[in-house]
Design a protein around this ligand. Structure first.
Ligand code: GAR
Length: 213
């Protein structure tokens, strides 16, 4: 796949990753820790956040990675904010856009700008428990096993083709925080591994299924 930056995903030069995050950024930190490894195949080149207070901004700054804050309050309406996010991402010429704890839904017009090149990490085993409270909803349902999912983003909420999943057991005395922390340990490893595989081998969606390689 040839991308606007001119980098064929799956080639030997590092794919350009733009990370979107709203929170503390432990998934961003995991990508930053991985991207110097020889042969990883991808490099974080920019962070875009909707939250001026996101901890992810500090991580990016400390790593020397450029960032942009695109706060909804600074835009006239939702459509203008959507365009603002797309512009902020496009400046970094991404080969792959990684939603790592980005807590807003992106519009179809955003996805059209980066077709088949936006992936998301979600703290549940999709298609169960989509949305903003995947950990809380799984706990409330009483499941014994939950986990995390990395998937290609489509126009739905956490409905896109699944790339990879890891199961995490729910322990009897888990609360939302303890369960989420254990999921995030698995999630960081899964995200780093999956993004690296995409960067090295390429990503296609065939008949609604995500295929790496
Ligand atoms: C992650 O668990 C991610 O899956 C979740 O937010 C957390 C961000 O952690 N995202 C969602 O719930 C999106 N629906 P981080 O800021 O430490 O990377």
């Amino acid at each position: 796949m040839q991308t606007p930056s001119g980098h064929p995903v799956g080639s030997t030069s590092a794919a350009r990753l733009v990370v979107l995050a709203s929170g503390g950024g432990s998934n961003l930190a995991a990508l930053l820790a991985a991207h110097d490894a020889p042969g990883y195949g991808a490099r974080v080149v920019g962070l875009v956040t909707d939250k001026p207070t996101a901890g992810a901004l500090d991580l990016a700054r400390d790593a020397g990675i450029a960032s942009a804050v695109v706060a909804p309050a600074d835009f006239e309406d939702r459509a203008a904010w959507d365009r603002g996010v797309a512009e902020a991402v496009a400046v970094f010429r991404p080969d792959l856009v990684v939603l790592a704890g980005f807590m807003r839904i992106l519009s179809p017009s955003f996805l059209d700008r980066f077709p088949g090149r936006v992936v998301n990490t979600h703290p549940a085993l999709l298609p169960s428990f989509p949305g903003a409270h995947g950990v809380r909803d799984a706990l409330a349902h009483g499941v014994r096993v939950t986990g995390c999912t990395v998937h290609v983003v489509d126009a739905g909420v956490d409905t896109g083709p699944i790339l990879a999943q890891v199961a995490v057991p729910v322990l009897p005395d888990d609360d939302e925080a303890s369960l989420h922390e254990r999921i995030k340990v698995a999630e960081r490893a899964l995200l780093v591994e999956t993004v690296g595989r995409i960067a090295r081998d390429g990503l296609r969606v065939v008949d609604g299924r995500a295929v790496i390689g």
